[in-house]
Write a protein that binds this ligand. Structure first.
Ligand code: PLP
Length: 413
C-alpha cells in the first residue's frame, strides 16, 4: 500500500490494518477504558513496551489512531498526533518543546489566534520575534543563540503571503533549528512541507481535511527529518526512545496527555470520512477561488485582490513551483470600503461566517472580526486594511457565485 496515489491511499488505508468484521472503514470506538486479560499487558501499554495498545481515551483510541495513520500517510511523515482542535496542536508544540528563556522566530503573517498564543508564550518567558518571512534573510537576521524554532504558515490567513519556504528550510537545517510549518491553508493535497525540510507539520483538520464545517480537530505530524537527540528540551525519560520518536513522544505525553485536548472518536470518524474527498474538494475549491480572483481583479469596484494564483501576487512564482494549486483562500478590498457592509449583506450565496475550507463559500470582514482583538497596529503590520474581506471558496457552481457577486458589487460602483 506504500506506493498508492494520494486518494487511493486514503480510501483504502483503513483496510490494511485489520478492521473488525471486514468493515471497510474504522469503527467508532467510544470506550474510554481498555481492559486486558493479563495485567502484564496493561503495564506494557503504560510503559510503552507493548506497542499499539490503548489504556485511556485521552491518550488515543483505535479510531483516533486510524486517523493519525491517515494524516501521517498524507504528509509522508513518521507519525502524527491528533488533537481536539488545530489550536490545541499548536499550543502543544510550543508549550512542550519551548522553555522559559528560549526564543522563537515566527512569520509576522499568522492566524490571529496564533498571534494571540504568542502573547501567552511571552508571559511564560518565551521570547517571540515576528518577521516578514517572505524573505529567509529576515528570518536569519532574527536568529539568536537561544533560538530553538522557526514557525511559518504556508499561505498566510488572511493576507495570503507565502514565506520563502525553501530558503527557511535550508536555514533551519544549517542552524539545527526545529522548523514548524502550519499547512492548514494548503493541506497535504496541495503541498507537503516535508519537501522543504519541515520538522513538524500542523494541520487544522477542522478546515479542508474534514471539509464540511462539521468537526473540529488538529494534527501534528513529525516528518522524520529533525534530529531530536540534538534538541536541548527533550526530557530524560523520552531520550530513551529512538531519536526520530523523541519530539512526538514528548508532545504526546506532555501535550496531549497532560494538557488533555483529546480528539473524540466521533469527531475523528467524521474527519476521516471528510478526508476521503480531500483532493477532489481542494481541486474544485481552488478552481473556484482562481476564477473568482480573476473576476474580482478586473472588477471596477475592487481595489486589490490577494490570491497566490494571480500573476500580480508577489509570491506567484513560489506558489507555482511548490503548490499543486493556490488554495481556496482569497482576500480582497473594495475601492470604496464604506460600502463593505452593504455589499456583503447583498451577497446571497457566500455565508457570512467565520471558518475556512468548507464546501460552502464563506465570507467575513477581517478587521472588525477575526483581527479585531489584535488592534490597529498589528493589523497594519500584517497588511490588513479596514476594508479587507476574506473569502473561503466552496464547491458551488462558479457561474452562480459570479452572478451573485455581479449583483452585489453593483452597490459599490
Ligand atoms: N492555523 C490556521 C492557519 C488557521 O487558519 C486556523 C483556524 O482558522 C488554525 C490554525 C486553528 O485551527 P482550529 O480552528 O482547528 O483550532
Amino acid at each position: 500500500m506504500e506506493k498508492l496515489g494520494f486518494t487511493t491511499g486514503i480510501v483504502h488505508g483503513d483496510r490494511t490494518t485489520g478492521v473488525e468484521h471486514g468493515g471497510v472503514r474504522q469503527a467508532i470506538h467510544t470506550s474510554v477504558q481498555y481492559g486486558f486479560e493479563r495485567v502484564e499487558d496493561l503495564i506494557g501499554v503504560f510503559q510503552g513496551t507493548k506497542k499499539g495498545g490503548f489504556n485511556y481515551a485521552r491518550q488515543g483510541t483505535p479510531t483516533t489512531a486510524a486517523l493519525e495513520r491517515k494524516i501521517t500517510r498524507l504528509e509522508e511523515g513518521v507519525g502524527s498526533i491528533c488533537f481536539s482542535t488545530g489550536m490545541a496542536g499548536l499550543s502543544a508544540i510550543f508549550l512542550t518543546l519551548l522553555r522559559a528563556g528560549d526564543h522563537l522566530v515566527s512569520s509576522r503573517y499568522v492566524f490571529g489566534n496564533t498571534n494571540s498564543l504568542f502573547g501567552t508564550l511571552r508571559t511564560l518567558g518565551i521570547d517571540v520575534t515576528m518577521v516578514d518571512a517572505t524573505s529567509a534573510e529576515n528570518v536569519a537576521n532574527a536568529i539568536q543563540p537561544n533560538t530553538r524554532m522557526v514557525f511559518v504558515e504556508t499561505i498566510a490567513n488572511p493576507g495570503t503571503q507565502i514565506p520563502d519556504l525553501e530558503g527557511i528550510g535550508e536555514l533551519c537545517r544549517a542552524r539545527g533549528l526545529a522548523y514548524v510549518v502550519d499547512n492548514t491553508i494548503t493541506s497535504p493535497a496541495l503541498f507537503k512541507p516535508k519537501a522543504v525540510g519541515a520538522s513538524l507539520v500542523l494541520n487544522s483538520l477542522t478546515k479542508t481535511i474534514a471539509g464540511h464545517g462539521a468537526a473540529l480537530g488538529g494534527a501534528v505530524t513529525d516528518t522524520g527529518l529533525f534530529d531530536w537527540s540534538a534538541y536541548p528540551n527533550i526530557a530524560d525519560e523520552y531520550r530513551r526512545s529512538a531519536s526520530k520518536e523523541q519530539g512526538l513522544l514528548q508532545i504526546r505525553k506532555k501535550g496531549l496527555r497532560d494538557m488533555g485536548a483529546a480528539l473524540s472518536s466521533e469527531q475523528a470518524h467524521s474527519i476521516a470520512m471528510g478526508a476521503e474527498t480531500l483532493a477532489l474538494r481542494v481541486a474544485k475549491c481552488s478552481e473556484n477561488a482562481l476564477a473568482l480572483a480573476q473576476y474580482l481583479e478586473k472588477h471596477e469596484a475592487i481595489g486589490h485582490v490577494f490570491y497566490p494564483g494571480l500573476k500580480s501576487h508577489p509570491q506567484y512564482e513560489i506558489a507555482q513551483a511548490l503548490f499543486k494549486g493556490a488554495s481556496w483562500l482569497l482576500s480582497f478590498e473594495l475601492r470604496n470600503a464604506e460600502r463593505m457592509i452593504e455589499v456583503v449583506n447583498a451577497l446571497q450565496l457566500p455565508v457570512k461566517a467565520t471558518g475556512l475550507g468548507d464546501t460552502r463559500t464563506l465570507i467575513i470582514p477581517v478587521a472588525p472580526t477575526i483581527f479585531y482583538e489584535a488592534g490597529p497596529e498589528v493589523r497594519k503590520s500584517m497588511g490588513i486594511s479596514d476594508g479587507m474581506l476574506r473569502l473561503s471558496a466552496g464547491i458551488e457552481d462558479i457561474d452562480d457565485l459570479i452572478a451573485d457577486f455581479d449583483q452585489a458589487l453593483k452597490l459599490a460602483v
